[in-house]
Write a protein that binds this ligand. Structure first.
Ligand code: ASP
Length: 405
C-alpha cells in the first residue's frame, strides 16, 4: 500500500468514525441494522490474530538467531512495559487526587454488573499455570493469546537449536507470516466502512447513557481522559524521542490506522494485525523487534487500562466517602499495574480485573455499577492508549543492543 493510499484510508476511517457518531445519535435504528457490517470487519481482524501471533513470534524469535538474546530482549521488553505502566498509574493517581471527581456524587443505583459477577477472578497462581496450555488448539480456539505466545517463544527458540532440520520449518513460518500480513493489508481497505458501522452501532446502542457523560460522571470521565492524554501525548512521546530520536508526530500519524481501529474495536488483540502493519510498514520498525514486542504488548502492556483502574478505584472511594491513606494508594498503584497486566486485550477486560484492585483496598464491588454506564466509551479511549504504548515500545526495543547487532 502506498503512503497516499494509507493516508486516504486513515482519512476515511476518521470520516467513518464521525459519521458513525452522528448517525448513531440521530438515525440510530438504521445503524443498528447495519451493525453487522462492522461485525464482519471485526471478525476479519480476529480471524488473522491467531496465525499472525504464532507466525510472527516464531519468525521474530528465530531471526534473533541466538537463544541467549531472547532472554535479554524479553527482560528489557518487560521492563519497558512495567516502567511505562507505572508512569501512567502515577499520572492517574495525581489527577484523581487533585480533581476529586467523586466528591458530591451520589452512590444511588450501585450494583455489580453481570460481566463482573460472572467472571471468575484468577489468582496469580492460576495465571502462571495458564501460561502453559495443556492443549494448544483449545487455547487458540478460546482466544487465549498468552499461552500461544509462550508456545511460540519456546517453539521458535528450539527451532534455532536444531540446525538444518529447523530451516524448512522456519521458512514455512516466514511464508505464513508474509501471507497473513498481505491479508491484513486487504482487510485495511475495508476499515473506513467497518469503523463507521461499528461506531454507529455502539453509539446507537448507548444513546441513553450519553447523558452520563455530561452529568454526575462528567468529572470522572474528564479525569480519565486528561490522564490518558497526558500519558499519550507527553510522556510516551518524550520516551519515544529520547530513546529512538524519532519524531513523535510522524510516528503517531504512522500509527493512525491502528489507533482508529483500537478506538473502534476496544480490543488490543483485534487491533494487533493493524498495529503490526502500521509499525512495520508506515513507521519502518524492524519486524524482528515488532513481531516480538507487539503481540506480547497487546496482552500485557496496558498503560491506559492501568491509569483507568487507578482513577476508577479512587473515584469509587470518593463517592462512598472512604478516605484512602497513602498506604492504600500504594496498594492501588501495585494492584492496578498487575490488574492491567492480567486483563486480556478484549472489550471491558480492564473493568472486570478491577475487582482485584477494589478487593485489595476493601472498596465495595458495587462501585463498578456506578461507572459501568460509560465503560463502553472509556474502554475505547484506554484501548487506544494501550495500542499507542505498545507501538512506542516496539520502536524503543528496536534500539536495544540485541537488535542493533
Ligand atoms: N479493552 C482493553 C484492551 O483491549 C482492555 C480493557 O478493558 O481495559 O486493551
Amino acid at each position: 500500500m502506498t503512503k497516499k493510499t494509507g493516508n486516504l484510508i486513515l482519512i476515511g476511517m476518521i470520516a467513518g468514525a464521525i459519521a458513525g457518531v452522528l448517525g448513531g445519535l440521530y438515525i440510530g435504528d438504521f445503524f443498528l441494522n447495519i451493525k453487522f457490517i462492522g461485525t464482519i470487519f471485526l471478525n476479519a481482524l480476529k480471524m488473522v490474530v491467531v496465525p499472525l501471533i504464532v507466525a510472527s513470534m516464531i519468525v521474530g524469535v528465530t531471526s534473533l538467531g541466538n537463544i541467549s538474546k531472547l532472554g535479554k530482549t524479553t527482560g528489557k521488553t518487560l521492563l519497558y512495559y512495567l516502567v511505562t505502566t507505572g508512569f501512567s498509574v502515577i499520572i492517574g493517581l495525581i489527577l484523581v487526587n487533585i480533581i476529586k471527581p467523586g466528591i458530591g456524587v451520589e452512590s444511588f443505583g450501585a450494583y455489580v454488573p453481570e460481566i463482573v459477577a460472572e467472571s471468575q477472578q484468577k489468582t496469580l497462581i492460576d495465571v502462571i499455570v495458564g501460561l502453559i496450555p495443556s492443549n494448544i488448539i483449545e487455547a487458540a480456539a478460546e482466544g487465549g493469546v498468552l499461552p500461544l505466545i509462550v508456545f511460540s517463544l519456546l517453539f521458535g527458540g528450539v527451532l534455532t537449536t536444531i540446525g538444518e532440520k529447523g530451516k524448512p520449518v522456519i521458512a514455512f513460518f516466514e511464508g505464513l507470516n508474509a501471507a497473513i500480513m498481505k491479508l491484513v493489508t486487504i482487510i485495511i481497505y475495508f476499515a473506513p466502512i467497518g469503523v463507521m458501522a461499528l461506531i454507529g452501532g455502539i453509539v446507537a446502542e448507548n444513546r441513553g447513557s450519553v447523558n452520563e457523560l455530561v452529568s454526575g460522571l462528567a468529572f470522572y470521565t474528564l479525569t480519565v481522559i486528561i490522564g490518558l492524554l497526558v500519558h499519550a501525548l507527553i510522556i510516551l512521546p518524550i520516551i519515544l524521542h529520547i530513546f529512538t530520536g524519532r519524531k513523535p508526530v510522524d510516528y503517531f500519524l504512522g500509527m493512525g490506522q491502528a489507533l482508529a481501529t483500537a478506538f473502534t474495536t476496544a480490543s488490543s488483540s483485534a487491533t494487533l494485525p493493524i498495529t503490526m502493519e502500521c509499525t512495520e510498514i508506515n513507521n519502518k520498525v524492524d519486524p524482528k523487534a515488532s513481531s516480538f514486542v507487539l503481540p506480547l504488548g497487546a496482552t500485557i502492556n496496558m498503560d491506559g487500562t492501568a491509569l483507568y483502574e487507578a482513577v476508577a478505584a479512587l473515584f469509587i472511594a470518593q463517592i462512598y466517602g472512604i478516605d484512602l491513606s497513602v498506604g492504600s494508594q500504594i496498594v492501588i498503584f501495585l494492584t492496578a499495574t498487575l490488574a492491567s497486566i492480567g486483563a486480556a486485550g478484549i472489550p471491558h477486560a480492564g473493568t472486570v480485573t478491577m475487582v482485584f484492585v477494589l478487593t485489595a483496598v476493601g472498596l465495595p464491588l458495587e462501585g463498578i455499577g456506578l461507572i459501568w454506564a460509560i465503560d463502553w466509551f472509556l474502554d475505547r479511549c484506554r484501548t487506544t492508549v494501550n495500542v499507542w504504548g505498545d507501538s512506542v515500545g516496539a520502536a524503543v526495543i528496536e534500539k536495544t543492543k540485541e537488535f542493533r547487532s
